[in-house]
Write a protein that binds this ligand. Structure first.
Ligand SMILES: Nc1ncnc2c1ncn2[C@@H]1O[C@H](COP(=O)(O)OP(=O)(O)O)[C@@H](O)[C@H]1O
Ligand SMILES: [Mg+2]
Length: 250
């Protein structure tokens, strides 16, 4: 197995007296699509918050490309090449699709941009926003207000904004939540495309999606990873079936 791009050792997180994340060991290798599954309340979202910098671990190490990022501010973790999907509230509903993407691109360059000439700056931003527009297949909706997009189109826009930082590692927490079957199929296709050449860590409830999309799966139960393996290995894992998958995998 190649050197992990993302690595967690002994990661713990308590809220007050209650330990929610109880010693996570996880290696995510470059280019893989890795799903985290587990029952409600297992700690999946908390784990993602720890990785993306929204929360600071109580103990343990989180390494991105060998660099410790545990407790680092979210925008700095993002600078190191990790992006998580924005919540819908991060979309500006009163701006068009294109304007939202352009804003995300500008955010990526931040201060660096001050030193560019105005004309070339505008050109570069527009070019990158156009690229993102195509990647998330929203060209025809470029000038539509974000508030007027369908639910799944809004999620596509969110994914586009996530890609603006050109991340190596992408975290998606239940990107298909609330979607119809057709919307889910569409979004899975989109996720496949945009994660080519990148690394994906995804939390998802739909087991059809998990087992078809993932190269490997980790099962989180009560704050601990009880198994990591290929879809076939996870399906065949007795402890996993007892703790979580139940009849779903049979
Ligand atoms: N900020 C917080 N303060 C206190 N408890 C929290 C906080 N965030 C999450 N929890 C608790 O941690 C547990 C795991 O939550 P979460 O990570 O959202 O689970 P999952 O995403 O697997 O459903 C839950 O019992 C939840 O109530
Ligand atoms: Mg969750």
């Amino acid at each position: 197995m190649s050197t992990p791009v993302l690595s967690l050792h002994g990661v713990r997180k308590s809220f007050g007296p209650i330990e929610i994340i109880r010693g996570i060991e996880l290696d995510v290798v470059p280019g893989e699509r890795h799903a985290v599954i587990g029952p409600n309340g297992a700690g999946k979202s908390t784990l993602f918050h720890l990785i993306s910098g929204q929360l600071t671990p109580t103990a343990g190490d989180i390494l991105l490309d060998g660099l410790p990022i545990g407790g680092m501010a979210p925008h700095l973790v993002n600078r190191q090449g990790l992006a998580r999907s924005f919540q819908i509230t991060n979309i500006f509903p009163g701006l068009s699709v294109f304007e939202n993407l352009r804003l995300a691109v500008m955010r990526r360059f931040g201060l660096d941009f001050v030193f560019w000439r105005r004309a070339s700056r505008l050109k570069a931003v527009t070019h990158l926003a156009d690229e993102l527009l195509a990647q998330v297949r929203l060209e025809k909706r470029a000038n539509v207000l974000a508030s007027e997009l369908s639910y799944s189109e809004q999620r596509s826009l969110e994914i586009g904004m996530t890609l603006a930082s050109d991340p190596k590692v992408i975290l998606l927490d239940e990107p298909m939540a609330g979607m119809s079957h057709e919307e889910t199929e569409y979004t899975v296709g989109l996720i496949r495309e945009i994660t080519r050449g990148r690394t994906l860590l995804i939390v998802e409830h739909d087991m059809d999606v998990v087992f078809s999309l993932s190269d490997r799966i980790s099962v989180l139960v009560y704050g601990q990873i009880i198994a990591t393996g290929t879809p076939a290995e996870i399906r065949g894992n007795l402890a996993v079936r007892e703790a979580y998958l139940g009849e779903e995998a049979s």
